[in-house]
Design a protein around this ligand. Structure first.
Ligand code: MF3
Ligand code: CO
Ligand code: CO
Length: 268
């Protein structure tokens, strides 16, 4: 279970998470027509090693049954849902991609992802990305001591399905802290009032994967990349969250973090 028990640890976790977010700020201007995702990976590797002096959590990461992941970022393009491996394909006009980065600083893990759009964006891609961003925040909004995990999952699923989209079931948010993936699992679907009760000090990610078509997935032969079975577009956003005494703190923030949606800003 990802948990914070001292101010010192909280400061370290904040710093790890902010560093992860800074990598997404750094890479943003490079995400253009013609660049390869391998080049984006190389730029991120140099930045996190030489400038931030942090370690990648994904490079060489090999859970049981998986080959070592070869990148410091996951680059998941269009119908790829998550865990896309950086490669030599050039980004082209109209591509949408998720870039997901996880780093380790002082032993603490920070994990965050955003959507990026190359050139002209289709109306569907724009709407899918926006709804997915709102889904993440609908989940974040539920975070406070006493809430249940099912409240988070339900809020996300409800918003996705009311928008005509579907929620990927096989992958979920996760506890995080001194390890990459810990309990609890943060499902992005569920029933209100069910599941584990949240308490202050907990650390976890919320990272909904939302498909424009059906929810079904497929593994590519590389054993990492997950795609939609019907080849429909998919989007994902991810923040690492800390449960405070009264609500939540989003830890993966940086100077260029996108603002929360209006329904959050107007309620604060
Ligand atoms: N960052 C992903 C997550 O949000 C995990 C990526 S594992 C990798 O949990 F090996 F594919 F990089
Ligand atoms: Co994660
Ligand atoms: Co991630």
């Amino acid at each position: 279970m990802g948990i914070i028990t001292s101010q010192r640890d909280l400061d370290k976790m904040r710093s790890a998470c902010q560093n992860a977010a800074k990598i997404l700020d750094f890479i943003t201007p490079y995400v253009r027509v013609g660049i390869t995702t391998a080049k984006l990976n190389q730029l991120c590797l140099e930045y996190l090693t030489d400038e931030l002096k942090v370690k990648s959590a994904t490079l060489g990461y090999a859970p049981p049954g998986y080959p070592p992941f070869p990148g410091v970022i996951c680059t998941s393009i269009n119908h790829q849902i998550c865990h896309g491996i950086p490669n030599n394909r050039e980004l082209k006009n109209g591509d949408s991609l998720n870039i997901d980065v996880t780093i380790i600083k002082d032993g603490w893990f920070g994990d965050t992802s955003r959507m990026f759009h190359v050139g002209d964006q289709s109306i569907l891609s724009k709407r899918l990305s926006q709804i997915t961003y709102e889904c993440m925040w609908k989940g974040i909004e539920k975070v406070r001591p006493g809430s249940k995990l099912g409240d988070i999952g339900f809020a996300i699923q409800n918003h996705a399905e009311n928008s005509g989209f579907s929620v990927v079931r096989e992958f979920c948010g996760h506890g995080i802290g001194l390890n990459f993936h810990e309990s609890p699992q943060i499902l992005h679907y569920g029933k209100p009032g069910t599941g584990e009760i949240l308490s202050s000090g907990m650390l976890f990610t919320i990272e909904p994967m939302i498909n424009a078509g059906q929810k079904n997935i497929k593994y590519l032969p590389d054993k990492w990349t997950i795609v939609t079975k019907d080849r429909s577009l998919s989007a994902q956003w991810e923040h690492t969250i800390y449960v405070t005494k009264t609500g939540y703190e989003v830890l993966t923030t940086s100077p260029n973090t996108p603002l929360p949606p209006d329904f959050i800003r107007n309620s604060n």
